[in-house]
Design a protein around this ligand. Structure first.
Ligand code: CTP
Ligand code: MG
Length: 190
């Protein structure tokens, strides 16, 4: 039983790596033109803010997808089961791309809601900050490939992976952001 839990926890983390990679890579690649083109919403606040840029979006999506391809390759080379390879190629590539793109989409939606709540760029917003990207990834994958999500995160031992990702994500988010802050890539440690 303990072994099953252990494997499910690692698998959940593994299947979320494309989403996890997207955010810090957006920080590294970000800059330049903001996605909202500097426009304000009707409430007079920025639509998204200067923290959401095209370069960050593209860099995050491409990096997350690339990491996805690498781990698909790794799992294939060691002969791991299809659960670890995101299924069969090329659907697997489609899945990791959806996860990475969805992470950036969720991150952007998060900023949209933060601006509507009157919070400036970079203002701390618990829960939204930690989960917006994950929500985006899972929402997008559920729209385009619900079967894979159910197989991976609901059916069988999938729910253990689901719960562990929910627990690991805020810890990881915090850890990576503190690191990014100390390395001078981020203005705030959240
Ligand atoms: N970033 C970017 N483009 C994106 C996402 C992130 O350029 N699509 C970069 C920005 O430089 C941003 C940094 O990564 O400042 C950190 O991302 P995040 O914490 O999501 O943005 P915040 O600056 O905190 O802004 P917000 O309050 O909107 O989350
Ligand atoms: Mg932020």
């Amino acid at each position: 039983m303990l072994e099953v839990i252990f494997v499910s926890v690692i698998l959940g983390f593994w299947l979320t790596l494309p989403s996890y990679a997207a955010n810090p890579m957006a920080v590294l690649f970000g800059g330049g033109k903001p996605v909202d083109m500097g426009k304000n919403a009707r409430d007079g606040k920025r639509l998204l803010g200067d923290g959401k840029t095209w370069r960050g979006w593209a860099g995050g999506t491409i990096s997350g997808t690339t990491l996805g391809l690498i781990i698909i390759g790794l799992a294939s080379v060691v002969g791991a089961s299809q659960a670890w390879t995101f299924g069969q190629f090329p659907q697997s590539l489609f899945r990791v791309a959806l996860l990475a793109f969805g992470a950036m989409l969720g991150d952007m939606l998060g900023s949209y809601f933060k601006r509507r709540m009157g919070r400036e760029r970079g203002a701390k917003t618990p829960i939204l900050d930690q989960y917006d990207f994950l929500l985006g990834s899972w929402l997008l994958i559920c729209i385009f490939d619900m079967g894979w999500f159910l197989d991976s995160f609901v059916h069988g031992q999938g729910w253990i992976s689901f719960l562990s990702v929910i627990v690991i994500t805020p810890l990881l988010h915090r850890g990576v952001n503190v690191l990014g802050f100390r390395m001078g890539h981020k203005d705030v440690p959240w």
